[in-house]
Design a protein around this ligand. Structure first.
Ligand code: 13P
Length: 252
């Protein structure tokens, strides 16, 4: 049995003050119930240290939204895995489509970042997904396969014990148009089969594959009841504690 994981990717939202506010609301709501689902929040870099302090003693885990693949050095504006560890991060989102499209991150760079995450014991949430054009041209499975093969090239399964894959169709991100549960399940199943081919059936069977792209309380239950969907990577709907909590409840 795989435990469901719901992660909130805050993207470039919330300054320090509003981060403190949102975290205390989430904590208050979560205190009312016990959840089996694992919960992660990924605030912006500037709120991570404070978030880590506020989350002490809670059951919420902390993640970053990106990092660079080097430990230190002349990489102006970048953040290293060691820096993330020093402020209490356990997870890191890598290869998000916004990084790939706006900041031209390649599969090769994402591969190096996953390598760095593994080296410094950060748990990677490795994002993949096709654009609308690629889907319309029936290239979805080719794109996903290439992203996975190149992103995970050179790894063995023992190194990837903490890997999470997030399938986020680019056309569903921030558009309000989620993939249908059937569309998402079809790709998740393909991902698990591919992982089985590259690694092993046990590894594939245990791998957490989250869905992301316009997840909201109205669709989260249907999406997460699919056999190969093990949770959600939530954008817009994680910025309000009540909708984030409803999504977590629907994962239970
Ligand atoms: P939305 O939920 O806002 O579509 O964003 C999804 C996402 O990109 C999470 O990483």
């Amino acid at each position: 049995m795989r435990t469901k994981i719901v992660a909130g990717n805050w993207k470039m939202n919330n300054d320090l003050y509003s981060s403190i506010n949102l975290i205390s609301h989430i904590k208050n709501e979560l205190n009312k119930n016990k959840f089996e689902t694992k919960i992660i929040i990924c605030p912006p870099f500037t709120s991570l240290e404070t978030a880590s302090t506020l989350l002490k003693g809670s059951s919420i885990f902390l993640g970053a939204q990106n990092m660079y693949c080097e430990e230190s050095g002349a990489f102006t504006g970048e953040i290293s895995p060691l820096m993330l560890k020093s402020v209490g991060c356990e997870y890191v989102v890598l290869g998000h489509s916004e990084r790939r499209t706006i900041f031209q991150e390649s599969n090769q760079l994402v591969n190096q970042k996953i390598r760095a995450a593994v080296k410094y014991s950060l748990k990677p949430i490795f994002c993949i997904g096709e654009t609308l054009k690629e889907r319309e041209q029936n290239k979805t499975f080719d794109v996903i396969e290439k992203q996975i093969r190149e992103g995970l090239e050179g790894f063995n399964e023992n190194e990837l014990g903490n890997l999470i894959i997030a399938y986020e169709p680019v056309w569903a991100i921030g558009t309000g148009r989620n993939a249908s549960p059937e569309q998402a399940q079809e790709v998740h199943k393909f991902i698990r089969k591919l992982i089985e081919k590259i690694f092993s059936s046990t590894f594939a069977e245990n791998l957490i594959i989250q869905y992301g792209g316009s997840v909201k309380p109205e669709n989260s239950k249907d999406l997460m009841s699919q056999p190969d969907i093990d949770g959600a990577l939530v954008g817009g709907a994680c910025l309000k504690s009540d909708s984030f909590l409803k999504i977590i409840e629907s994962a239970e």
